[in-house]
Design a protein around this ligand. Structure first.
Ligand code: SF4
Length: 61
């Protein structure tokens, strides 16, 4: 799978980088995806991050 973060929507809350640090990293006030594609081992937490993002800034694809 691939995920992306909409930098205009992300608030930099840090939820995804805390819950799935293998995939997301905070770059200043915006989360970035650091692996593309997401390794299978991190797929579950990436999916969870998509669901948990309070502003729906993470999308798959
Ligand atoms: S959970 Fe959403 S708003 Fe928070 S840092 Fe991650 S992408 Fe940004």
């Amino acid at each position: 799978m691939k995920v992306k973060v909409d930098a205009d929507t992300c608030t930099g809350c840090g939820l995804c980088t805390d819950s799935c640090p293998d995939v997301f990293v905070l770059d200043g006030e915006v989360a970035k995806v650091k692996v593309d594609p997401v390794p299978t081992s991190a797929g579950e937490c990436a999916q969870q991050a998509i669901q948990d993002c309070p502003v729906n800034a993470i999308t798959e694809g």
